[in-house]
Design a protein around this ligand. Structure first.
Ligand code: NCD
Length: 331
């Protein structure tokens, strides 16, 4: 069954673009996450059986001008599982390497008939600039240090699933996001999204990587520098600890004194994880640096949701593509 224009829309979602999390309502987010649940792996077979290729006849263009594994592949899989044609463009091999601007590239590809653009770049605000230049739906797959909304959606989905929050109400849950917070678009998107869904968020790192000003990101966001105190319950019992990679490539000067010192203060070691209450899950958006911000025993251990995050990313991106293309076609 191929759905016609206007039948694709996800009820409760009316945005043609997904650029960030800060302006999205809890109702819109819950509608999207509810649709994603119909796409989790156990449901893929049934979606295929129903022959429901909701994006058949559409073309999704992946514009990835910064390295990516999970995000790029899962957007490609999501679009293909819904029956769309997918075109991938990376910096090497595109005319951006000849000096063409991102906006001109996007305009030309829009002229060829794209139904949606998935955009990743190293520059904050560039996904919004593409959205402004063309009417085609734009999904931000990470713009510099700014936002990475589908990562936050898949994180919220995974956390809700692990905690039995079937309605995606995260009230009363507390999540610590730890490490190079200042560089992290994942942290910014999660701070907005998790608090909108009702959770409390504690951003943890040394002052240079987790400045106090980040508490302004959203109501319900706190900043802390003593990781062991946070793990010990200073902000309440943690439902999840989300570890972040040290993004050396985004720092102009050395961000930490030494790897050893950083790990001593902020690494989720097997010893630290062993002292956590059973309810505390461990998350990581990837890519991980094992033995640096997280020990292998923790990343691969019982409380780890890391593979569930990767798996759920496909379902969440299926829902996002349907919702944004559906909203544009219904307009
Ligand atoms: C992150 C990103 O690119 O923002 N990864 C991801 O998309 N899963 C985090 C990182 O690069 O460390």
């Amino acid at each position: 069954m191929t759905r016609a224009a206007g039948e694709l829309a996800v009820a409760g979602w009316s945005h043609r673009h997904l650029l960030g999390c800060s302006l999205l309502s809890a109702e819109a987010l819950r509608a999207l996450l509810g649709r994603a649940r119909e796409h989790v792996p156990s449901a893929w077979a049934s979606v295929a059986e129903r022959g429901e290729r909701t994006l058949a006849g559409r073309t999704v263009v992946n514009l990835f001008f910064e390295d990516s594994t999970r995000t790029r592949v899962s957007f490609g899989l999501a679009a293909r599982r819904l029956g769309a044609l997918v075109t991938d463009l990376t910096l090497a091999g595109s005319s951006l390497s000849k000096g063409e601007t991102l906006l001109d590239t996007a305009r030309n590809l829009a002229a060829m008939g794209a139904s949606a653009f998935v955009v990743r770049t190293g520059s904050s605000g560039s996904a919004a600039a593409v959205a402004e230049a063309i009417g085609t739906p734009v999904i931000n797959a990470g713009d510099g240090r700014h936002e990475h909304p589908t990562q936050a959606l898949l994180d919220a989905f995974t956390l809700a699933d692990a905690c039995g929050r079937t309605g995606f109400d995260l009230s009363g849950l507390t999540v610590a996001i730890v490490g190079d917070v200042v560089s992290s678009r994942v942290a910014r998107s999660n701070a907005a999204l998790l608090t909108t869904l009702g959770a409390g968020v504690v951003l943890v790192g040394p002052p240079a990587l987790a400045p106090g000003s980040l508490s302004d990101l959203a109501p319900g966001v706190a900043v802390a520098h003593d990781f062991d105190a946070v793990l010990g319950g200073a902000h309440g019992v943690l439902d999840a600890v989300m570890m972040l990679r040290m993004q050396f490539e985004r720092h102009k000067s050395p961000a930490i004194a030494s790897a050893r010192e950083y790990r001593l203060g902020y690494g989720l070691t097997a010893e630290r994880a062993g002292a956590l209450p059973a309810q505390t899950r461990v998350m990581h958006p990837g890519p991980m640096n094992r033995g640096f911000e997280i020990d292998s025993a923790v990343a691969d251990g019982e409380r780890s949701l890391i593979m569930a995050q990767a798996r759920n990313g496909v379902a969440v991106r299926m829902a996002v593509l349907e919702a944004c293309v559906g909203a544009a076609e219904a307009a």
